[in-house]
Design a protein. Structure first.
Lengths: 114, 348
């Protein structure tokens, strides 16, 4: 189980990657994150809500009112062009982050073996 | 679903009610509603669904910066999310899981506890009524047999009550640290308990009104029998029945009230840890717990003795002695109770 602290910087990336396939409302997004993450991570509702609001404030997603499949009025979120560009940037950042961390891990392991 | 809405309302009550905040509340409520509906559709019980939705809610402080408000609350400890702050010498905060288990246990044992208390209150009935019934010839037994059966009944009822109380410890055993106040309050848990108590408050207040009315009216049969019937042995018997009726009505009131106070007493217990530092505040609580239980039976019993003696023996001139003796005795019992309690605490 990944702790909330470990994934904090990447919740926005998860939300944007889901929204790339089409608009969605908050519960649906949380549900999809939990399904894809399986037992590795469970997102809290406040975490997801803060993420979409943060993205909306910075113009990376836009919101509109619609009705959910169960017939309830819900706020839907759609990724903007700026959001798509930001997503690519974030993916690049993640790849280099991963590469750097990996380099340390492997260096240390190699360094430890005589 | 009402529990969830109540939970959310209490969580938001700490913040100013701006339009932005109300919007956030509505959207979070929508999320919780969707989660609840889909859990129910998956075949989970209502309690399970509510528990999971609240567990997955998270921490409102996380939303605060996005909405441009800074939390004025002490940082709430999110369940299983943040490591506990470096511990000063105080008890670890109570978790939501523990609190829910404790509330569940209180809910499960509520009828056992109230039945036990009713049995304790009713236990002297036979020993009050049977000797007089025998003496006046209403029952074909001797006075001694009446006393014997009465005492036997008292002991049996008290034993059943004690056994009931003992079986409840199996349910509450896991929550010993909550019952013994060895925790510090957690704002999130206190808010959850407050919404639980609010949910059950209507029933509790109604039960309280009914039982108080019963307790006030309890002496009416006794007074009526004593004043309206003559001094014959029949009249004497009915007066004793009046005393038994007082006990029965008091017990009925307790039977109505006690099973409906569990949510409120859960809240009282869970928010009690607020002092958290193990200072004398909780010594008072402990003392109240032991001596309070004794007092709950002691004073009604003493009143019954006073009334029975006065009416039966027509001893209004001397029966007042019950009160000073009773008061001194109670002082001794209270002191003994506190001594036992502080001895037990010293050993922990």
């Amino acid at each position: 189980m990944i702790s909330a602290d470990a994934i904090r910087g990447y919740v926005d990336l998860l939300v944007l990657s889901l929204l790339r396939t089409g608009p969605g409302y908050a519960y649906e997004l949380a549900q999809r994150i939990n399904t894809i993450s399986g037992d590795d991570y469970a997102i809290k509702q406040t975490t997801l809500y803060s993420a979409v609001k943060r993205l909306e404030t910075t113009g990376l997603v836009t919101s509109f009112a619609d009705v959910s499949p169960t017939g309830k009025p819900r706020t839907y979120y759609r990724i903007s062009d700026a959001g798509l560009a930001y997503f690519d940037l974030k993916v690049e950042e993640w790849n280099s982050t991963k590469a750097v961390v990996d380099r340390f891990i492997h260096e240390t392991i190699e360094g430890a073996t005589p | 679903m009402n529990v969830i809405i109540a939970y959310l309302t209490t969580m938001f009550s700490a913040y100013p009610q701006t339009p932005r905040l109300l919007e956030a509340k509505a959207e979070l409520q929508g999320m919780m509603e969707d989660a609840y509906t889909s859990l129910i559709a998956e075949g989970h019980s209502e309690n399970e669904a509510v528990g999971r939705v609240i567990r997955d809610f998270g921490n409102l402080d996380e939303v605060a910066p996005v909405l441009g408000i800074t939390s004025e609350l002490a940082p709430a400890i999110a369940v299983g999310e943040q490591p506990a702050p470096p511990a000063p010498p105080r008890h670890p905060p109570v978790t939501l899981e523990e609190a829910k288990g404790y509330a569940d246990a209180q809910h499960r044992i509520r009828f056992r506890v109230s039945t036990a208390v009713m049995l304790f209150v009713l236990s002297p009935s036979a020993v009050i009524a049977l000797p007089v019934a025998a003496k006046t010839g209403i029952l074909p037994i001797t006075g001694d047999a009446g006393v014997f059966i009465g005492i036997l009944t008292l002991l049996v009822l008290a034993a059943i009550g004690v056994v009931l109380i003992v079986t409840t410890s199996r349910e509450t055993g896991a929550f010993k640290r909550i019952e013994e106040d060895r925790f510090s309050a957690n704002p999130e848990v206190t808010r959850w308990a407050a919404s639980l108590a609010a949910e059950h408050d209507t029933a509790r207040v109604r039960a309280l009104q009914i039982s108080i009315a019963l307790w006030i009216l309890a002496p009416i049969p006794l007074i009526a029998f004593a004043l309206l019937l003559d001094d014959s042995s029949q009249g004497e018997f009915w007066t004793v029945i009046g005393v038994v009726l007082v006990l029965a009505i008091v017990a009925t009131g307790l039977g109505i009230l006690l099973p409906r106070t569990w949510a409120q007493s859960t809240l009282d217990t869970l928010s009690r840890g607020t002092s958290g530092d193990g200072l004398p505040a909780d010594a008072d609580e402990d003392e109240r717990s032991i001596v309070g239980v004794i007092a709950a039976f002691y004073w009604p019993a003493l009143t019954a003795i006073f009334l029975a003696w006065s009416f039966i023996g027509n001893a209004w001139g001397t029966s007042w002695i019950v009160w000073p003796i009773g008061a001194v005795l109670f002082g001794a019992i209270a002191a003994g109770g506190s001594a036992v309690e502080s001895y037990r605490r010293a050993r922990r």
